[in-house]
Design a binder for this molecule. Sequence first.
Ligand code: FES
Length: 72
Amino acid sequence: MFVCVCAGVTDQQIIDAAKTECSADSLAAKLGVGENCGSCLDYFYELAMGEGLPLVAVETKEVVFERVLLTA
Ligand code: FES
């Protein structure tokens, strides 16, 4: 079933792609979901978060440490 008609993205594509993404936001950007009319976003986030993805990427201690090093 199509979730995002504008981008032609199905629920199965979202479920498959969710296995390799770290957040719902990065998954939406990767698939182009929600970039036109946006009417799909509620269902998209429900589906992506149901697959265990957080809304936004959770920063790890390593990422924070790297940012500290880069700005020092
Ligand atoms: S249906 Fe997804 S952006 Fe329009």
